[in-house]
Ligand binder design. Structure first.
Ligand SMILES: Nc1ncnc2c1ncn2[C@@H]1O[C@H](COP(=O)(O)OP(=O)(O)O)[C@@H](O)[C@H]1O
Ligand SMILES: [Mg+2]
Length: 233
């Protein structure tokens, strides 16, 4: 097998909705390698978020293979899925999902406490501070989310996503709530962190300009995933 951080083979996702069977993801075969930065564009409702949910072990494929960090996800218990997630996956959301009553540092530290409940507090604090510094927010440790700009809040979200040192970062329209310039800066930072830490990124975005900065570009259409050839760009 080639060295991949995640791959699928003939993977389908079907869901039942009010008696109807919906075929959400259709025979998806793809692989993302360590350190590879990949973007996915495609219309609303085409299945992009669903694919991230399957790769993150949050949604179970109906059939086909899904493998993350060298482990096949089929037949795993919730606890086993959580462990695969903890050892491999970081998630970056569009709406930041920061806890309003916690400082930037506490938000980042919480992710580590949840993932590694036996980690000493001193190490948690040290790693959380480093993650905030990595996203350029060393001077904002004690700020509450409400005292941060949208771009800063998303950088706290990024620090929280990388503090567990994931091998694969799943980012679902992380710049959807940012203006164009802030979005471009955020993506620059994200790609820079990915390349420096050999972290693979699967970036869903509506923004074709941002998508083009990825090493590889994919498109989702009606549940089918295809590669966008560079020659046609
Ligand atoms: N839990 C669910 N139950 C039923 N249908 C769903 C569910 N989640 C998503 N869908 C449907 O699956 C399709 C793909 O959704 P999604 O993956 O969120 O698309 P995208 O992220 O590309 O906008 C949509 O038609 C959506 O309505
Ligand atoms: Mg979506």
């Amino acid at each position: 097998m080639i060295d991949t951080i995640a791959h699928t083979r003939d993977m389908n996702l079907q869901l039942k909705s009010g008696g109807n069977a919906l075929h959400i993801l259709k025979s998806i075969t793809f692989a993302i390698r360590p350190g590879e930065v990949m973007s996915i564009v495609g219309p609303s409702g085409s299945g992009k978020t669903s694919l991230l949910m399957v790769l993150g072990g949050l949604e179970k494929a109906s059939d086909g293979q899904v493998s993350v960090g060298g482990t096949s996800l089929s037949g795993l218990s919730e606890d086993q899925l959580a462990e695969v997630r903890r050892n491999n996956i970081g998630i970056l959301f569009q709406n930041f999902h920061l806890i309003p009553s916690m400082t930037a540092l506490e938000n980042v530290a919480l992710a580590l406490e949840i993932a590694f409940d036996d980690m000493p507090v001193s190490e948690i604090t040290e790693r959380a501070r480093k993650a905030l510094a990595d996203v350029g927010l060393a001077a904002r440790e004690t700020h509450l989310p409400s005292a941060l700009s949208g771009g800063e809040q998303q950088r706290v979200g990024l620090a929280r996503a990388i503090v567990t040192r994931p091998k694969l970062l799943l980012a679902d329209e992380p710049t959807g709530n940012l203006d164009q310039e802030t979005a471009a800066t955020a993506i620059e930072l994200l790609f820079d962190l990915a390349h420096r830490n050999d972290m693979a990124v699967l970036l869903i975005t509506h923004d074709n300009v941002l998508a083009q900065r990825a090493d590889r570009r994919m498109r989702m259409d009606h549940g089918m995933l295809s590669e966008i050839e560079l020659a046609s760009a």
